[in-house]
Design a protein around this ligand. Sequence first.
Ligand SMILES: [Zn+2]
Length: 372
Amino acid sequence: MDHVTSPAPQTSRPPASRADRHAWTEPGVEDLGGGLYRIPLPLPGDALKAVNVYAIAGDDGVDLIDAGMALAQARERLTEALGQLGFGLGDIRNFFITHIHQDHYTLAVELRTTLRGQITLGEGERINMAAIRDVAAGRNEPGFIEMLPAMGAADLAEQVRRLMRPRLANPQPRLQWSDPDQWLADGAVLDLRSRTLRAIHTPGHTRGHVVFHDEASATLFAGDHVLPHITPSIGFQPSINRLALRDYLGSLRLMLMLPDSRLLPAHGPVCDSTHERVNELLVHHETRLAQTLEAASGWPVTAYQVAMVLPWTHRQRKFTDLDMMNQLLATGEASAHLEVLVVRGQLTRDTSAEGIDTYALPAPVTSTTPGA
Ligand SMILES: [Zn+2]
């Protein structure tokens, strides 16, 4: 299952024309200074349009942050872009991958079969890698489908299964999901000679997402953790994590503990301030938490019922107007917000005999009469 971004609303920013909003997807190479380049590579479908690969040029080769998706067109675009910088694909020393989604990981694996580049991936993704292989081998269905019945959306699960059946019957080549050369620990330091990067574990979007921080140049390679135009989907991954949003909010706050930096996202244009966007994302999720709490304040509700009453996307669309995959994401988002409210003690969760989770306000504390 590929990466799909959240249908959750965007925060307000100056109105940009549609053309401006997508300018970052234009093919080519953007020189960011200091031997650093942004190379957008194409993606299928028009949800995301492109993924940024960042190239760090060195004396004897080039290191990439993220690799793009294993598509002939992406490979060609990368070849052309590196050619403009005086490199060939064989000059790639390292692929430092922010997370396991196929639009970031799979081109690296394809290129590694014939070239020397070494792949690193955050060690928190081991569990997702195992889950992907279980799905590919027919041992399991993807966690995000498996969880839908508990969210009160058994019908939606059936529809998604039907939609995905052809794809699940023909899983992607095993090759694309082979292990990285190195699993990266939180805090690992990468000495590239021209730059030093520190890998920081930022779970939320996926379990093992990492960002790469270059302190000397105040630059953050943010992957999908902090995106300028959209809110990243939360926990949309093969191995489901109920507390993905709690983890994500913690990972956002972690970014505020680093000095403010230039934001180099995987989708969207380069921006000046990580802190500005992180603060917007935190406000966005608090707003959604308040709306979710309100939706659960009448009688016990499922995540699916909450998703149906909340507005979605920056256009405030109705749930029933979303396509099936976005309904799936919206249900997952509602569940993630409900779970944070449970952690905060603002809601309680009850699981029925059929395994359906419902959420309600905590019972009021009644005073007992001592000695009665
Ligand atoms: Zn992603």
